[in-house]
Write a protein that binds this ligand. Structure first.
Ligand SMILES: [Zn+2]
Length: 256
């Protein structure tokens, strides 16, 4: 039986318009959402899924209002959850949007993984997506070019026993999700493909899942929802404060 557990680590708070996450809905509704780094461990091995946003000053200047307390500093927050960044063996980058790719210098001994399709698009995105990728076309220096040497994936990958990386394009061309086998079923870390629990549990009979407001291709997006349905027993969304109702997944019995 797999002993993998997933610990969501809160590394800051973004202020967003809810329509960013709920396609064509909730314009003008302000929402505070967490910036999450996912720590995955079996008690010995340590993996990370996504590495969070840059510092609040930079994030707020170029993107959305962003706060980060001293406890939410990525290294402090990770160590408080039992993660030793120098012992992390793999960092999985679900996609290359700015709030998922910083702080990689903490993981000096890790192998980094991203989809090739994502990297290609991130280098030359459409104008509507240039800010999210901190494109050189608008005079920025994207950290995925300057800071990190990636292992480039072309499709699904069984990273190790119990950890399956699979492509879920839609939010971006090369988005991927991470299936983690646990003692209580398969959890899928869906990142921004499913930003909030309500995206996954959308109450419309013909459309049980709602895409992110920020998206690349809706046809691929709905195919990706089907893939997640097939693989997941439980889905962990990318920016939902309710994720922190539990300190880890699977939750301990009687935990809250
Ligand atoms: Zn994103």
């Amino acid at each position: 039986m797999s002993k993998w557990e997933i610990v969501p680590v809160d590394v800051g708070t973004l202020t967003v318009d809810k329509s960013e996450f709920t396609y064509m809905r909730n314009c003008g509704v302000q929402m505070y959402v967490p910036n999450i780094v996912w720590f995955v461990t079996d008690g010995e091995r340590q993996l990370i899924v996504d590495t969070g946003a840059p510092d609040p000053e930079f994030s707020t200047k170029y993107h959305f209002p962003f706060t980060r307390s001293s406890e939410q500093e990525p290294e402090v927050a990770l160590r408080s959850k039992g993660c030793d960044p120098s012992k992390v063996e793999a960092v999985i980058t679900t996609h290359l949007h700015w709030d998922h790719v910083y702080n990689n210098h903490l993981f000096e001994n890790a192998q980094f993984y991203v989809q090739g399709r994502e990297l290609r698009y991130a280098i030359d995105p459409l104008p509507i997506h240039m800010k999210a990728y901190e494109s050189m076309a608008i005079g920025m220096s994207p950290s995925f070019i300057t800071d990190t040497k990636y292992n480039i994936l072309h499709g699904d990958k069984q990273l190790t026993e119990g950890i399956f990386l699979f492509t879920t394009p839609g939010h971006t061309p090369g988005s991927m999700s991470v299936a983690v086998e646990t003692a209580k079923g398969t959890y899928v870390i869906a990142s921004d493909t499913v930003p909030l629990f309500e995206n996954w549990n959308w109450p419309t009979a013909h459309m049980p899942h709602l895409p992110n407001g920020i998206h690349w291709d809706l046809e691929e997006y709905f195919q990706s929802f089907k893939r997640i349905e097939e693989i997941a027993d439980f889905v962990l969304p990318g920016h939902d404060p309710l994720v922190f109702n539990y300190s880890k997944y699977p939750p301990e019995d009687n935990a809250s």
